[in-house]
Design a protein around this ligand. Structure first.
Ligand SMILES: Nc1ncnc2c1ncn2[C@@H]1O[C@H](COP(=O)(O)OP(=O)(O)O)[C@@H](O)[C@H]1O
Ligand SMILES: [Mg+2]
Length: 256
């Protein structure tokens, strides 16, 4: 962790949604989380436990009901504009613009940031190639497979050289082997960039493959456990670890 403090800091954060009838629903409760510079953290938890809500809070798309959130020392909700290009997001679905080619989709953030047209194309092409999309630069999203579209979405995020990467169920809708390969590519590029990464998933396998640290969320969103992912573990040890994670999720009680 750098002397400047953690890259992500959530303190006693809660998020309560109020319906039009005035019913209150707690999606996140007393959530504490710190992530240091360069950490790759997987956040795992059951569907509906508040993972995406946590992400929306971190991205400044929702305001916390109580508690404080700081990213790079700034409040993502109140200082939304400060974060321009500092956060790279990879969504569950690719969210590409259907009328734009792969290249035009990849460079969209650079256009908004007023990079010259040459820079936009140079940077976008570089990332499309790193993501193994040579030959598909001028293809439209409907001409690409799901995995390839997700790669274009990743290129779009990497183009901005963000400080923090966020991925929310980014591999969830792909077939297992495509998802696995894409996770490898993603992890390689994030590690190479030495940037901080938070990856959200309901898939424990995925969490263990990507994260060096595993944060288990319970329902409503709060940290049940925060642990190092075993390295160089045998298959049996890994299976045991996975069982333990499943138990913690099932029990929905804070460990420690
Ligand atoms: N805008 C909203 N208004 C009301 N309830 C919401 C809203 N967003 C999410 N929720 C509820 O909060 C809970 C957590 O949702 P979410 O964060 O999407 O879970 P996850 O991503 O872990 O599956 C769910 O019960 C969901 O229905
Ligand atoms: Mg979700």
């Amino acid at each position: 962790m750098s002397a400047a403090g953690p890259v992500v800091r959530m303190r006693d954060v809660s998020k309560v949604f109020t319906s039009v009838d005035g019913d209150r629903f707690t999606a996140v409760e007393s959530l504490d989380l710190e992530v240091g510079s360069g950490d790759i953290v997987a956040i795992v938890g059951k569907t509906g436990c508040g993972k995406s809500t946590t992400f929306n809070l971190l991205l400044g798309l929702e305001e916390a009901t109580t508690g404080s959130i700081e990213l790079l020392g700034h409040d993502p909700y109140r200082e939304f504009d400060w974060f321009r290009s500092k956060l790279g997001v990879i969504f569950q679905t690719d969210r590409l613009l259907p009328w734009r080619t792969a290249l035009e989709n990849a460079r969209v953030g650079l256009e908004i940031l007023d990079f010259s047209e040459k820079e936009q194309n140079d940077i976008a092409l570089q990332w499309l190639h790193k993501l193994e999309l040579q030959g598909f630069e001028d293809a439209y999203p409907h001409e690409l497979s799901g995995g390839m579209r997700q790669r274009v979405g990743m290129a779009r995020a990497f183009c901005l050289s963000p400080e923090i990467f966020f991925a929310d169920e980014a591999f969830g809708h792909l077939d297992q082997s495509t998802a696995r390969r894409l996770r490898e590519v993603f992890l390689e590029l994030v590690t190479e960039s030495r940037k901080t990464c938070l990856l959200i998933t309901h898939n424990i396998h995925e969490a263990l493959e990507i994260g060096s640290r595993l944060v288990i969320l319970g329902r409503p969103g709060r940290v049940l456990a925060d642990m190092e992912t075993p390295t160089n573990a045998t298959r049996a040890e890994m299976a045991e670890f996975e069982d333990r994670v499943l138990d913690i999720i099932e029990n929905n009680e804070v460990v420690g």
